[in-house]
Ligand binder design. Sequence first.
Ligand code: GLN
Length: 281
Amino acid sequence: MNLADELAAAADRLEASGISEPRREASSLIANAIGRDRVFLVAHPEYILTEREAVAVDEFISRRSAREPFQYIVGRQEFYALDFLVNPSVLIPRPETELLVERAIDHLRKIEEPRFCEIGVGSGCISISVLSNVPNATAVAADISEAALAVAAANAQRHNVIDRLELIRSDLFDGLPRGPYHAILSNPPYIPSNEIAGLQPEVRDFEPVNALTDGSSGIEILRRIIHGTPERLIEGGLLMLEIGAGQFEIVDRIFDRSIWRSVDVILDLQQIPRTVIAIKK
Ligand code: GLN
């Protein structure tokens, strides 16, 4: 088959599997599978795939038809203008998390030798984007998953911040140096466990469940982080947390106002309260 036929057949398969933009995804997957860009596909519809290329295309289209996320198939996702390696041991970086990163950068840039900590580093997208935009900063980042830490380390290497990022296997703050830090950042597992079954198959069947939910109400890990933070933050230091839709009222009430100067929330592009920023007294 030539490229035009491959593309049409692949788009049909993806459409039959319920993929919403089958033609666009088919062309990106084919381009990735044969190591070319999408311009090549448009420019050479008559190109006949080699046997190897055809096998690679079939594998990618089959995986996507089974609703494996595009990003796990190609092994990468862009976040904050950087290219991150991803695999099923880490959550795929989401655009709304860029809000947290942007605010963290604004805050830490004003400090001479900023030092921050991240709980639940996953792919490393938060810590690495911050470090690469704040050249004097150093960080300690934790994850309970050894496999996630390996991905974060590979990304830190790739973006040349490995000397400024200490990666530690830890359940939340348990094994971490006490600091104190100028900021503590986290995009923790906040989806209530009873909502997992209703998620889209890409998330439910492929993303690491421990990175999605705390196994109960969705608030438990947020609560533990908030309670563990004050003793590890300097005066005027920031806690920045990503939260789920509808959680702000409950989360807001966890903060003890005798310890915290202010607690604010930023809305994401869908107007959902998404990023909590609390300043310690
Ligand atoms: N810090 C990572 C991210 O924001 C991992 C978050 C998570 O696994 N809950 O993508």
